[in-house]
Ligand binder design. Structure first.
Ligand code: PPS
Ligand code: ADP
Length: 178
């Protein structure tokens, strides 16, 4: 079983809170399902209520979170289930580890400027973080290390959701992944 060749891929969406990771993760998953491509969507918020329950937002805990999700992706990919992940995953070293661990890893940088995320403030978290009510908040009091060489960059402040989804689907088709 362990020497099965990996046949699935992982689309890993990284970016600030409010960048658009979940919105795009859900829509990319829907688009793939419409093409009859088997996939599983893994969202940071959901993961933190089960697989990573109890973890906080220190560098160590975030990297543990990322490594756990990466491990699950590796297992699913090995059996032909593609994975779409939406996790802030702010540290470059943890993301680099994923590239070594997951054979068909596609790093997607949801490149939305901090000021746009602050304006969106979907969950009201930036307001709290800026008021000092949330410690270690990404972009405010905790770092976000941008990918240096992502496979795909999505600029959600310039492109619509459907344009971003199309960019990802076109990439997967060009690469022969779907
Ligand atoms: N301190 C701090 N910093 C960043 N985010 C915070 C924090 N506290 C709570 N939240 C909420 O947790 C969501 C991010 O969880 P992730 O698992 O994606 O983060 S990480 O990859 O482990 O860094 C994140 O969800 P998104 O807004 O969807 O990114 C927030 O809702
Ligand atoms: N091109 C786009 N892609 C993704 N989200 C967008 C885009 N344009 C506007 N938005 C909006 O930005 C917000 C992103 O929120 P969300 O997907 O929860 O971000 P994250 O999961 O990164 O925290 C949503 O309200 C979404 O409608």
């Amino acid at each position: 079983m362990n020497n099965l060749k990996s046949s699935g891929f992982t689309c890993w969406l990284t970016g600030l809170s409010g960048a658009g990771k979940s919105t795009l993760g859900i829509e990319i998953t829907k688009a793939l399902e419409e093409l009859s491509v088997p996939c599983e969507y893994l969202d940071g918020d959901v993961i933190r209520t089960n697989l990573s329950k109890g973890l906080g937002f220190s560098r160590e805990d975030r990297n543990t979170n990322v490594a756990r999700v990466g491990f699950v992706c590796g297992l699913l990919n090995k059996h032909g289930i593609n994975t779409i992940v939406a996790l802030i995953s702010p540290y470059r070293d943890a993301r680099e580890q994923l590239k070594l661990q997951i054979p068909n890893f596609i790093e997607i940088f949801v490149d939305t400027p901090l000021d746009v995320c602050i304006k969106r403030d979907i969950k009201g978290l930036y307001k709290k973080a800026l008021a000092g009510e949330i410690a270690e908040f990404t972009g405010i009091s905790s770092p976000y290390e941008q990918p240096l060489n992502p496979d795909i960059t999505l600029k959600t402040h310039k492109e619509s959701v459907s344009q971003c989804v199309e960019t990802v689907i076109n990439y997967l088709q060009r690469q022969g992944k779907i």
